[in-house]
Design a protein around this ligand. Structure first.
Ligand code: NAP
Length: 472
């Protein structure tokens, strides 16, 4: 089916189209308009015009609009989940989980729209400040460009569109080329919810071709990007003085101390490693297990992993399917081979079956193998033995990335030490790094990016602090 761009509240034909294929079956599922420079220009103009309306829309109305978007997604949740399963190859049960979270993310945005506030300042604390009343307000920035990845095509869009609209900004959304359908569904829903024309525009097409037009246009005041470090760093370099939020990749790790309950820990780690075939920015990629537990941990991990079933993402029983693109599968296999040559042992998986790379478990992986030191973003996990949690912390910190990390321990001092010493954006004690709920501050250090999402924190990134001083 031929789709249209969504610009200024209208559905607009593209001048060029490209075919969208389902990652798992390879079948063509839609024809997607490829926006050109003129389309981007129109979308930015529409967003700029709508900004006056949005910034004058009272907070309670912005909240109502976002609540309606949330309700409409809830009403169409099965349709949305099937769309995600189809375009992203995400197993349907996982896709339903994403849609449920998307409903919550817009609900949080609706709630936070009512709580955007400044503070009063005691200016008389400074000599010469007497006789004045001062306060701060948070104002919307204007037009926000939202550039999003394929892996959570609805909820990561929600993490940008929700807070941007809550604060009274307008948005030009450029979804990942592989996942435009869920973005069009959002546009439909936003229109039905009564969002002013131009407040949300959806332009599809290759990021490499149209990305620059968004990133360098002076009418765009902020770029909120989630995706790979390579693209994110390029955007930052070209963005000039625009506000930039970067949510980038990671090689997230979990440390398992001695004496923890493997019955609880192992299934959680398997879930963290292989959910959506590891194509999750906080996927468990590295596991460091205390020597005393190592053998039993690995045995239990393999038993649990072997329960996972591969197949069609739309089938109820499926736990894993093909990765997003055959090229990505090839790359992942190449990294597995490299680790093997460097001395790693493959305990399960490791070779492609049909289009699918099954869950792959390696041990004894050297720190310089790409499986360890770069972001795999595939169904691969390494389990290495460590003598202590301290050694585990050194390995976790020996990374270019720092998004989230997990530590399982029963010792409160070990937990506090780990919380202090891990150089990441979020530390999960007694859980995997993959834990996220949608109102918590979320983001990374080092090459994992900067700025925070989680609605309240994203609103801070997408507003300007203004000071007002009254002299009596
Ligand atoms: P990607 O290749 O970096 O693409 C992300 C977005 O950027 C897509 O919309 C892409 O468009 C666009 N893009 C590509 N080149 C561009 C350019 N030169 N200028 C402007 N935009 C450009 O990432 P992905 O493969 O979709 O997603 C996987 C990555 O996202 C992983 O690294 C993962 O860790 C990261 N991620 C991070 C988080 C987080 O919250 N920290 C969450 C999820 C994912 P096209 O699709 O058209 O190329």
């Amino acid at each position: 089916m031929k789709r249209k761009l969504f610009i200024g509240g209208e559905w607009v034909e593209g001048r060029e189209y490209s075919q969208l294929s389902a990652p798992h079956s390879g079948e063509v599922i839609a024809e997607i308009p490829q926006a050109d420079q003129a389309d981007i220009d129109r979308a930015i103009s529409a967003a700029q015009e709508a900004h006056t309306t949005m910034r004058n829309t009272p907070a309670h109305q912005r909240a109502t609009l976002l609540a309606s978007i949330s309700n409409l997604i809830a009403e169409r949740s099965e349709e949305a989940a099937r769309l995600i399963a189809l375009e992203a190859g995400k197993p349907i049960r996982t896709a339903r989980g994403e849609v449920a979270r998307t409903v919550q993310t817009y609900r949080f945005a609706a709630e936070e729209a009512k709580r955007i506030q400044g503070e009063t300042l005691p200016l008389d604390a400074a000599p010469g400040g007497e006789g004045r009343v001062a306060y701060t307000v948070r104002e919307p920035l204007g037009v926000v460009a939202a550039i999003t990845p394929f892996n959570f095509p609805m909820n990561l869009v929600a993490h940008k569109v929700g807070p941007a609209l809550a604060a009274g900004n307008t948005v030009v959304l450029k979804p990942a080329s592989q996942t435009p359908l869920s973005a069009y569904l959002l546009a439909e829903i936003a229109q039905e919810a009564g969002l002013p024309a131009g407040a949300l525009n959806v332009v599809t097409g290759s990021g490499r071709v149209i990305g620059d037009a968004l990133v360098t246009d002076p009418r765009i005041k902020a770029i909120t990007f989630t995706g790979s470090p390579q693209v994110g760093i390029g955007i930052r370099n070209r963005a000039g003085l625009k506000r930039v939020t970067l949510e980038l990749g990671s090689n997230s790790a979990v440390i398992v101390d001695r004496d923890v309950d493997l019955g609880e820990v192992v299934p959680r780690c398997v879930f963290g490693a292989f959910s959506y075939s590891g194509q999750v920015c906080i996927s468990v990629q590295r596991i460091y297990v205390a020597a005393a537990m190592f053998e039993s941990f690995v045995d239990a991990f393999l038993t649990e992993t072997r329960k996972l079933r591969g197949g069609d993402p739309l089938a109820e029983e499926t736990d894993y399917a093909a990765m997003i693109h055959p090229g990505e599968t090839e790359r992942t296999v190449e990294w597995i081979r490299e680790a093997e040559q460097k001395g790693a042992r493959i305990l399960c998986g490791g070779s492609v079956e049909g289009r699918v790379l099954p869950p792959t478990v390696l041990t004894n992986v050297p720190a310089d193998a790409r499986i360890s030191c770069q972001e795999v973003f595939g169904p691969v996990v390494m389990i290495n033995k460590v003598e202590s949690v301290e050694e585990g912390i050194r390995h976790v910190n020996n990374s270019n990335y720092g998004l989230q990390a997990g530590v399982y321990t029963n010792d409160v001092r070990t937990a506090l030490d780990a919380a202090e010493q891990l150089h990441v954006g979020g530390v999960m004690i007694n859980d995997i790094p993959t834990f996220r709920v949608d109102h918590m501050p979320y983001g990374g250090v080092k090459e994992s990016g900067f700025g925070r999402e989680g609605i309240k924190y994203a609103i801070e990134e997408l507003t300007e602090l203004k000071l007002v001083v009254f002299k009596r």
